[in-house]
Design a protein around this ligand. Structure first.
Ligand SMILES: [Zn+2]
Length: 230
């Protein structure tokens, strides 16, 4: 790959101050150059082998949030994690209705094609998607796509607001973040090829919750129906 010409970028996004764009993007490009130099100098054989195939054993379904990159917070190597990220790390149920299901397509590829052995649904504190779910007016969608996407866990919102009527908005959000992970775990089991692998004991599902400020990871424990520090 040739050198990236960062001067060309402002023309692509004319509505942002030139300096902001250059600083932010230069950091990204500079980061890539350091990654490339390190990769080629210290582990060229590793990357040569990696170029031929991927054999990840773990799939992570995380949120798009910039602070919760699964590969960074687990110190993963390229090839370790098959990662799907969407708004609020949601897994819809199995719905073979002909619509364009990006999340389900990634699941099929990971489970049926790559034969991953673990699927981790990783939620996080301060999730903007969950905040949107709690703040939205169900009778008046205010976004093109986010409201509809988040409406798949309207049941979680209703349940939490009903069962925890006397806690504040911050606590509602925290409980919704945890409960939505449990819904995604249940939905994963509705995919026939996942259910089959669970039955065979060749696939395990995990619910994790990442606290950004404390860099703490919690894991869902089905026996106690609770999240415990890892
Ligand atoms: Zn999020």
């Amino acid at each position: 790959m040739g050198e990236v010409q960062s001067q060309t970028v402002p023309h692509a996004v004319p509505w942002m101050p030139e300096e902001t764009i250059l600083n932010a993007l230069e950091k990204v490009i500079d980061g890539f150059r350091r990654f490339r130099d390190d990769a080629m100098q210290t582990r060229p054989e590793f990357f040569e082998k990696l170029a031929r195939q991927q054999t990840p054993k773990v799939m992570v379904i995380g949120c798009c949030d910039s602070r919760v990159d699964p590969a960074i917070i687990t110190s993963a190597d390229p090839g370790d994690l098959f990662i799907l990220r969407n708004v609020a790390n949601l897994v819809p149920p199995f719905e073979p209705d002909g619509a364009r299901h990006g999340t389900s397509a990634a699941l099929e590829f990971a489970v049926d094609g790559l034969k991953v052995e673990h699927i981790v649904v990783m939620g996080h504190a301060g999730c903007g998607g969950i905040r949107a779910l709690l703040q939205r007016d169900p009778t008046q969608p205010s976004t093109d796509f986010i409201d509809v996407w988040m409406s798949q866990i309207d049941g979680v919102r209703e349940q939490v607001l009903h069962d925890h009527a006397h806690v504040d908005a911050h606590e509602h959000q925290h409980i919704c973040e945890l409960e939505s992970i449990k819904v995604s775990l249940k939905n994963l089991a509705t995919f026939p090829w996942i259910a089959e692998r669970l039955e065979q004991g060749t696939l395990q599902l995990h619910g994790w919750y990442y606290d950004i400020g404390r860099a703490q990871l919690m894991a869902y424990d089905a026996a106690s129906d609770d999240f415990k520090p890892m």
